[in-house]
Design a protein around this ligand. Sequence first.
Ligand SMILES: Nc1ncnc2c1ncn2[C@@H]1O[C@H](COP(=O)(O)OP(=O)(O)OP(=O)(O)O)[C@@H](O)[C@H]1O
Ligand SMILES: [Mg+2]
Length: 455
Amino acid sequence: MPNEKLLIVDDEKNMRTVLRRALSAEGYEVFEAATGKEALDVLTDVMPDLIVMDQKMPEMDGLTALKKVKRLLPSLPVVILTAHGNVQSAVEAVRAGATEYLTKPFDLDELKLVVSKALGVRDLFREVDTLRAELKREYDLATIVGQSDQMRDIYDVVKKVATTNATVMVYGESGTGKELVARAVHEYSRRSKKPFIQVSCAALPETLLESELFGYEKGAFTGANTAKKGRFELADGGTLFLDEIGDISPAIQVKLLRVLQEKTFEHLGGTKTIKVDVRIVGATNRDLQEAIADGTFREDLYYRLNVVPITVPPLRDRKEDIPLLVAHFLEKLGSKRKMSKEAMARLVAYGWPGNIRELENTIERAVILGSGDVILPEHLPAELRAEPVPGGPPVPIELPSEGIVLENLEKDLLEQALRRAGSNQTKAAKLLGISRHELLYRMEKFGLHGPAKRS
Ligand SMILES: Nc1ncnc2c1ncn2[C@@H]1O[C@H](COP(=O)(O)OP(=O)(O)OP(=O)(O)O)[C@@H](O)[C@H]1O
Ligand SMILES: [Mg+2]
């Protein structure tokens, strides 16, 4: 309460003095104005938290001044002092935006109460505003962090594809941020005001997934006591995110294929054909090429889905993003702590099999465990501190006395790896201990293209 500023507007000097004394005694900082015009003049300099204003003043009456104040500062609380028995003017004052009115004569305790109540209401509004701002911040922070080339490529694709209705498939290891990318596709699109509906395909048993996706009629199966809309309908006009789509059963694959081809479907137990306008974004951490090869994923469905593929690289392939992500997560946690150089070096050296999710958990844990201003290596999990020197066993090749051309050896090994992996780039990269990204770079360098298979 101290230091809150009140502006008293009254043409009677005695009245102003009485009010000022009473309110100063409560710890408010009190300013005075003798007319409505004067009040308006000082308003933006003083920036009061509340105005107490007499209604009946010469020149500009209180109501007129009130309206002008409200136009300038709509949320500023104003208490109006009205003449005894003039209900009509009290009503007018409230209509014009007065927070409260007091009829003269009033006792000073009553005034103090009204003032503190009006300030309380304002505090409540402020609180709502802060909460809203915080929510928005929460949302802003949910954006994708990363300035590596690989991530920039992804932003480009996301922005381009967002303007279309094309089906998008997001690939990547667990915890790489596939869901964030899927949401970004929605947020950047014309559909952003419409729903983003998510289905975790692996989490639901087949029959449940089917009824979740397509909805059902009353009596379609035991327990279907009422009809229910499916996620496809809920997403109408928006985006349907089919997470872990690589895990859906053959029966659902057939149904999904039909929806993708015809954009129509029926409820379970229903005959009415339902048409929807939905953009599909799928995500999987499975190798769909492999799944097609072993017969668990339909090739025709794959081509329907894989219109615009986006592969989110594992964190170990974009280590330059680690410091940015660390700062992002510290901020998200509201921590003022800094990462020490040594700890950061550990974070960068680590391989992050759980990708960004693992990094986020690690930072959270370090913030909880640590004390003081900096996070030290000892606040990190043991596996990070015991990180072995990168690389596998030494290669059993002895350098001939006449020497070699290193690039030829590199090319040869690259070809061997691709052959052995049946041109599966992910597998070939694994055999060479490099990322798929690095593999592609080297293939480009040596002009090796072959039957390119994405994975
Ligand atoms: N680039 C990024 N910037 C900031 N946060 C990220 C980024 N990528 C991922 N995250 C965060 O990491 C966590 C995991 O991301 P997300 O759920 O999108 O991964 P996923 O690929 O869908 O994982 P899974 O395959 O396990 O479902 C989330 O908390 C997400 O907010
Ligand atoms: Mg996910």
